[in-house]
Ligand binder design. Structure first.
Ligand code: NAD
Length: 251
């Protein structure tokens, strides 16, 4: 019997794959058999080493996703290098923290441009290629802030709530054409994104006390959901946001 989670021969683009959750996802996809195209601003040597150790093929594309300028080239480069693009994981993201009354337009635009605008237009560029082939998987990295308000992160909450909405819209348009669009909502994970929270003893212990699993997530906790959504096992899964949050939203 074939393994429905097997990604052998699949080509996966993962944005922001040099560190944190993107790196965890790239490694998990490679372990499932996919070739990895890692997109990011800086060197991705650690991710390359992990992917190659898992027996995966690896290609690196340097790109700044704060603008839409490099997006079509990412798809073109991937197709030129590996012959196709089967899986896109929109993972790259930033966060800016300030009280809503003080929040600047610059912090609003920076977060929305990277987390939402580039994720949409990269999905569009990849989606055109996938729709032409009649198959593809897009996985957006959303957040608990796709469901909740949070505090001191207005543009982040807007971007991640928007990304959950876009996930559903794209699923509605593309589900009947062989392309699955879904999202993962990570809970609280130990990465650069949450460094400020973890360094604040009060916030850090309040967060930990509310996580039913009793611990923060590690990047290795996220990959299984990405493999599932990228695989044939999820062929009939469209427009959903899977929480990988240690039970946070169940509370
Ligand atoms: P991280 O800061 O370690 O990783 C963010 C990645 O995005 C990095 O690789 C970074 O280089 C890349 N990136 C940011 N801006 C970019 C740009 N302009 N161009 C190219 N790449 C850019 O943090 P992380 O936690 O691994 O974040 C990954 C994703 O997970 C983000 O979308 C984040 O919002 C989301 N997320 C994280 C948590 C968490 O608890 N850590 C929770 C929910 C959602």
């Amino acid at each position: 019997m074939t393994n429905p989670f097997d990604l052998s021969g699949r080509i996966a683009v993962v944005t922001g794959a040099n560190t944190g959750l993107g790196q965890g996802i790239a490694l998990a996809l490679a372990q499932a058999g996919a070739a990895i195209v890692a997109v990011g601003r800086s060197a991705m040597d650690e991710t390359r080493a992990g992917v190659e150790a898992a027996g995966g093929r690896f290609h690196e594309i340097r790109a700044d996703l704060s603008t839409t300028e490099p997006l079509q080239a990412i798809v073109d480069d991937t197709v030129a290098h590996f012959g196709a693009l089967d899986i896109l994981v929109n993972n790259a993201g930033i966060i800016r923290r300030a009280d809503a009354v003080d929040f600047t337009e610059a912090d609003w635009d920076a977060v929305i441009d990277t987390n939402l605008k580039s994720a949409f237009f990269l999905s569009q560029a990849a989606g055109r290629h996938m729709l032409e082939r009649g198959r593809g998987k897009i996985v957006n990295i959303a957040s608990l802030l796709s469901f909740q308000g949070g505090i001191r992160i207005p543009s982040y909450t807007a971007s991640k709530s928007g990304l959950a909405g876009l996930t559903k819209l794209l699923a509605c348009e593309w589900a009947g054409r062989g392309v699955n669009v879904n999202a993962i909502a990570p809970g609280y994970f130990v990465t650069n994104n949450t460094q400020a929270l973890r360094e604040d003893p009060e916030r850090s212990s309040a967060i930990l006390a509310r996580i039913p699993a009793g611990r923060w997530g590690e990047p290795s906790d996220i990959g299984g959901a990405a493999v599932f959504l990228a695989s044939a096992a999820a062929d009939y899964v469209h427009g959903t946001v899977i929480a990988v949050d240690g039970g946070w939203l169940a509370r």
